[in-house]
Design a protein around this ligand. Structure first.
Ligand code: EUG
Length: 606
């Protein structure tokens, strides 16, 4: 463990706007505390020497061809905008993350790595890179910020791909329309950055942020991420895209396809999603069919808001809780995407390590969790519901009255307001998240273990107790079987819920990593056998999950492959992303299915 002295010596996190991925001034203190906490739980050295010839090459490309290709790329973009991945790999932490590999490596750190990173400065340069990739048959993998931690971070799916780091130079908020409450962003705009930009205008507008604010607004949206205001379904609130196709051609979707007067952007581009003809935006989300370089997002008019938490005493209460949530959500009495969290998260989100609560290596027993909870603001309970209502006082009061009355049907439930808990309680962070203020607080449960990383299991169920029970039972049982604490959260958006079970593992513990993968593989298979599938996943599980969506003898995958081969005949764009492999890589052993990790560690073509 690092000493207290060493921690005060940690270099400060780069600032935004000087660094596109940096932290705005107003978050500096919070950032310093977060960083110190995380570094205090690191035992791994910052980096280890790398083995083998570097950089790692993509499949089918020899070193001479690669070197020639890189020289040509440097020639066209400027040599300062192309970097080889030939130095030691540094995991860093959330706010100072790598773009060379997966910082939360669940396979070996050196496995999911790129050969090089290129930094385009414009859409034209993205087109030039794509044409270059076609010429040399070099796979490229675009990232916006690369902060998709828990799902693979900045790493490419295919080892040795060239990372197109869109964010570093394409980081402008291109437009904020204060009247119609919309914006257009480039890939390098983080939630922190968009928030700052809107504050500068003084306009009464909110953004919608996920739990941590350093991610790309555009990247999270095309990955179909989730936030917590009424605009929490990010993809549902995007409006209009500009996309570079794998051929290098450029398209605009939605109303943007109709040129505005004298070549201006179409005035309705950010106003109407569907425009005319087939709606193609969806095929550019969670796919490898194009590179989104501009995107419109709807902003929410600022409003009054009231967050609250409700605790429930018994583990078995969750079915009743969910059946109470459903009509409240459907009738839009719950104003946002609320979270139902297990009580163990109240412990974890204090930022204290697991060892503070329990000395064993096994999962913390329920009675130990509850004995700690008893002395905390939540009290002895099994579940905590975090919700927010919006609008003027009169309507908020009407909504809250119904909410309180409905949840009071669960015996022993307690309703708690922010003023009832201490300043450092997580509920205050929730108040900010649910009113569109980006945060770092959620990182605090990354102190649970030394060198802690997380891996998300993210299945969807209808908002029904009986479905939730099936998934929750298998997740709980399999976490126990593989020796992990289970930290489930339900994010409820009306008719469906995202169940997010984060496996927390120690990156220095090979056996723990092996068990994390085994646990994931088994949860995916068991959930699919019961009819439940994940909404998003880490790179190494994409093939397995894509196959679970196999209705009609893999009809959907055949459609995806048909589209892939038509748009990307050379198979250069993010091969394997979302389990979609272009023709030239199919049937050659690149897929990662259960047990394949054992042979995929280092030195293979994967
Ligand atoms: C969380 C939520 C997600 C996700 C990963 C993590 C948050 C956990 C709803 O989507 O994909 C507290």
């Amino acid at each position: 463990m690092a000493t207290a002295d060493a921690l005060t010596d940690l270099p400060p996190t780069p600032l935004f706007p000087a660094t596109h991925s940096g932290i705005p001034e107003r978050y500096v203190e919070q950032c310093k505390e977060s960083k110190a906490r995380i570094y205090s739980n690191k035992t791994l050295p910052p980096s280890v020497p790398r083995a083998g010839e570097l950089p790692v090459l993509p499949p089918d490309v020899d070193r001479d061809t690669f070197n020639k290709a890189i020289a040509e790329l440097k020639e066209s973009l400027g040599k300062e905008h192309v970097e080889l991945n030939d130095k030691p790999l540094v995991d860093g932490w959330y706010m100072e993350h790598p773009n060379t590999h997966d910082a939360f490596h669940v396979v070996e750190q050196s496995e999911l790595v790129s050969s090089a990173t290129v930094y385009p400065g414009s859409t034209e340069e993205v087109q030039a890179i794509v044409r270059w990739a076609n010429k040399f048959l070099i796979p490229v993998f675009p990232i916006s910020m690369g902060r998709n931690l828990g799902y693979g971070g900045a790493a490419p799916r295919l080892r040795g791909s060239v990372i197109i780091d869109l964010g570093r130079r394409m980081k402008k908020v291109l437009k904020i329309d204060g009247q119609n409450a919309t914006c257009i962003v480039e890939p390098g705009v983080t939630y922190f950055a968009l928030y700052e930009e809107i504050q500068k205008t003084g306009l009464p507008l909110w953004i919608d942020t996920p739990d941590v604010g350093g991610g790309s607004v555009l990247g999270n949206c095309v990955d179909r991420g989730v936030g917590y205001t009424p605009y929490g379904d990010h993809f549902a609130n995007h409006c209009g895209m500009e996309v570079v196709l794998p051929s290098g051609e450029l398209v605009r979707t939605g109303m943007g396809a109709l040129p505005g007067k004298n070549g201006a952007d179409n005035p309705s581009w950010q106003a109407f999603q569907h425009a005319y003809g087939p709606s193609v935006d969806g095929i550019f989300s969670q796919s490898n069919f194009g590179i989104v370089t501009k995107m419109g997002m709807w902003l929410m008019p600022e409003t009054e808001h009231q967050s609250y938490m409700i605790t429930f005493p018994k583990e078995e209460d969750f079915e009743q809780i969910i059946d109470i949530i459903r009509p409240l959500a459907l009738n839009r009495i719950l104003g946002n995407i609320p979270q139902l969290r297990s009580v163990i998260q109240e412990l974890a989100v204090t930022g204290k390590p697991k060892s503070h609560f329990y000395q064993g290596k096994d999962p913390v027993p329920e009675e130990v969790i509850r004995s700690h909870a008893k002395n905390m603001p939540c009290g002895d309970c099994a579940w905590v519901f975090y919700g927010t209502v919006y609008g003027p006082e009169e309507t908020r009061k009407m909504q809250l009255d119904v909410i309180r009355q409905e949840f009071a049907k669960v015996p022993g439930s307690k309703f708690i307001l922010p003023q009832d808990v201490p300043e450092d309680h997580y509920l205050h962070a929730r108040v900010r998240i649910c009113s569109g203020v980006p945060e770092l607080r959620e990182l605090d449960w990354l102190n649970w273990k030394p060198n802690c990383a997380h891996l998300a299991f993210s299945p969807i169920t209808p908002t029904k107790g009986e479905d939730a029970k099936i998934v929750h039972e298998l997740v709980t049982r399999l976490h126990k079987k593989w020796g992990f604490d289970s930290l489930p959260t339900w994010c409820v958006s009306g008719r469906e819920m995202h169940y997010i079970a984060e496996i927390l593992f120690d990156r220095a513990d090979e056996d723990e990593k092996r068990r994390a993968i085994a646990c994931m593989r088994e949860m995916i298979a068991e959930a699919a056998a019961q009819g439940y599938g994940e909404y998003r996943t880490h790179l190494i599980f994409m093939d397995q999950i894509a196959r679970t969506y196999g209705w009609g003898d893999q009809a959907l995958m055949r459609l995806n492959e048909t589209i892939k081969d038509a748009l990307d005949p050379n198979g250069i764009l993010a091969p394997g992303r979302a389990g979609i492999w272009p023709k030239r890589f199919r049937g050659r052993g690149f897929q990662l299915l259960p047990d394949d990790e054992k042979t995929a560690i280092n030195g293979t073509n994967r």
